[in-house]
Design a protein around this ligand. Structure first.
Ligand code: HAM
Length: 432
């Protein structure tokens, strides 16, 4: 009997995880520059949180959630988080963060789960990096969030992307628009795709998001949301755009951009990766001024984004960004007999304790095979010990770079190897 991972769930093996760590390190560095605090949120939440927060009418809540009953009596419906904004807001309310400061900026990294049809760039477990700025209703916050997205792509070496921007207005402004759009769509139902016809009564705005050519054609003259926005929403949009212009950030205003989650108000944006296939949304976000009260907090304005780490990796690889080379090691301890093996295990432990990257053979291989392994792993030094070396209390140390060899007393080993190692790992390099 053998098992495979579930459809849409991936293993990340060491060669790939090195690239993940590198990307995560860049993200943590970027967030330090911005001064945002990291939150680590639970993977499971009450189903109700997403149903209310993200919206019953969305695909995410309606079709894609991993929800199940737990073992409590009576059982509670819980859900593997399909996104992290609702969780962040729940934590913000639960811990009364508003009472501690008027403005809060958080970021997070972690998996999310959606029961979608897997394809290139789309998985059932994926990973997101997101930021949430809570407390400011002003366009400065919207602009900072967009700028953080632009900076993220820059540090990852992703240059081939398009930033799409729109204003979705406030819920009361959308009511009028929804009615006008639905009216228009009903008149064109015969020209729309089946999926759009199915969608339009429940969520007419999503029809605008369809990439199907017949939908794009049929909605070319559909009423525009901007025509329904009030003065305040229009001004907010203008000011956000002016700030982006001032920062030299390129974007296209796209009235079709509606996003797939219900909580957005006013600003909405998406970074589209131009090197990706059909699943080309690298990240997206926007303002969500009503969500906090929706999940039981005191009203507070907020804006944020979420990026998919798998897609960021795909895009940075397409951009030819350097992938980390195979990890090299400082020293490889080669033991020639049983007693030398005991010495090698103990000394490996000591050298690792001193901060060196060291390996010894755990397969009791021949000297030749150990030497081959040391070379394959890019060891800088081979430290060879047999019965003669044990008796003399000095190892043969071979520099695998230039082939030179010398005898080194055991008690000088740690110091000499440390001195010969130009970049001993510092805590900053080893932890993200
Ligand atoms: P979202 O657009 O639903 O927004 O997801 C954010 C990003 O996650 C997408 O742009 C995409 O890169 C990635 N993603 C989504 N679904 C999948 C999947 N099945 N497989 C791989 N990657 C995927 C949100 O989740 C919002 N919480 C963003 C936000 C934060 N808005 C305000 N604050």
């Amino acid at each position: 009997m053998s098992y495979a991972s579930l459809k849409g769930f991936r293993d990340i093996l060491p060669e790939e995880s090195a690239r993940w760590r590198e990307m995560e390190r860049k993200i943590h560095d970027l967030m330090r520059r911005y001064g945002y605090g990291e939150v680590r949120l639970p993977m499971l939440e009450a189903t109700e949180l997403f149903a209310r927060g993200v919206g019953e009418g969305t695909d995410v809540v309606g079709k894609e959630m991993y929800s199940f009953l737990d073992k409590s009596d009576p059982p509670e419906s819980i859900t593997l988080r399909p996104e992290l904004t609702a969780s962040a807001v729940r934590a913000y309310v639960q811990h009364s963060i508003a009472q501690q400061s008027a403005f809060t900026a958080w970021y997070y990294l972690g998996p999310a789960f959606r029961y979608e049809q897997p394809q290139a760039g789309r998985y059932r477990q994926f990973h997101t990096f997101g930021i949430e700025l809570i407390g400011s209703e002003h366009p400065e916050a919207d602009a900072e969030v967009v700028a953080a997205g632009v900076d993220l792509l820059a540090v990852l070496g992703i240059t081939n992307f398009r930033l799409r921007l729109n204003s979705l207005g406030m819920p009361d402004e959308r009511v009028g628009y929804r009615a006008a759009l639905l009216d228009y769509l009903r008149g064109r139902a015969s020209e729309l795709s089946e999926e759009s016809v199915r969608r339009m009564e429940g969520n007419p705005l999503r029809v605008l998001d369809s990439k199907k050519e017949q939908d794009v054609r049929a909605t070319a003259d559909a009423p525009r949301l901007t025509e329904f926005l009030g003065a305040e929403s229009l001004e907010h949009f203008e000011r956000t755009r002016a700030l982006l212009d001032a920062m030299g950030i390129d974007y296209v205003v796209d009235p079709r951009l509606v996003r797939g989650l219900d909580y957005y108000t006013r600003t909405a944006f998406e970074f589209q990766g131009l090197d990706l296939g059909a699943q080309d949304a690298l990240g997206g976000g926007g303002r969500y001024d009503k969500l906090i009260e929706e999940v039981g907090g005191k009203p507070a304005p907020a804006v944020g984004f979420g990026f998919g780490l798998e897609r960021l990796l795909l895009a940075s690889e397409a951009a030819g960004a350097s992938s980390t080379a195979a990890p090299e090691i400082d020293a490889y301890l080669i033991a020639l007999d049983d007693e030398a093996r005991r010495w090698a295990v103990k000394t490996t432990h000591t050298l690792r304790g001193a901060g060196l990257r060291v390996e010894c053979d755990l397969l009791r291989r021949s000297m030749k095979a150990q030497m081959r392994d040391a070379n394959r792993k890019g060891a800088r030094f081979a430290v060879i010990v047999g019965s003669n070396e044990l008796a003399a209390r000095a190892a043969q140390v071979k520099n695998l770079g230039d082939g030179s060899q010398r005898d080194l007393p055991f008690d000088a080993l740690v110091e000499t190897l440390c001195e010969a190692t130009p970049h001993l790992p510092t805590p900053d390099q080893t932890s993200p």
